[in-house]
Design a protein around this ligand. Structure first.
Ligand code: AMP
Ligand code: ZN
Length: 112
């Protein structure tokens, strides 16, 4: 499968993971939008949060958010933002579910 995040999760594209276990991987975004910009993703390929919901893996969903929250707390003393762009209108460009973790500056609202 031509999925860049599957290749990263499989070790075919070398990265230095911020967090890695059998089910969840966190890496630095290649084009950071904040002082801290991580991508927290399942190792297994799910296109987006709707697909993971369809798959019915509630434990993986919970684990993904628990790890994102833990990393956010560690890196965002003053708070942080989690974002899941989903589908074309959501601005998703890589069709492998990932949670953006942004921290290290005050975020604006509404997002563009
Ligand atoms: P999205 O547009 O929400 O699907 O987010 C995809 C994110 O993946 C973007 O923020 C990209 O900068 C990031 N990205 C794309 N390729 C890589 C890569 N090889 N390593 C790390 N981040 C990447
Ligand atoms: Zn994938």
């Amino acid at each position: 499968m031509e999925c860049i995040f599957c290749k990263i999760a499989a070790g075919e594209i070398p990265v230095t993971p911020v967090y890695h276990d059998d089910e969840v991987l966190a890496i630095a975004d290649i084009n950071p939008q904040a002082p801290t910009h991580l991508l927290v993703m399942p190792v297994a390929h799910h296109a987006n949060i709707a697909a993971l919901s369809d798959a019915g893996d509630a434990a993986l969903t919970a684990k993904l958010f628990a790890i994102a929250a833990k990393l956010g707390r560690e890196r965002g003393a003053n708070g942080f933002r989690l974002v899941m762009n989903t589908g074309d209108d959501g601005g998703q460009t890589v069709d492998h579910l990932h949670v953006h973790l942004l921290a290290g500056r005050a975020m604006g609202w509404p997002p563009g």
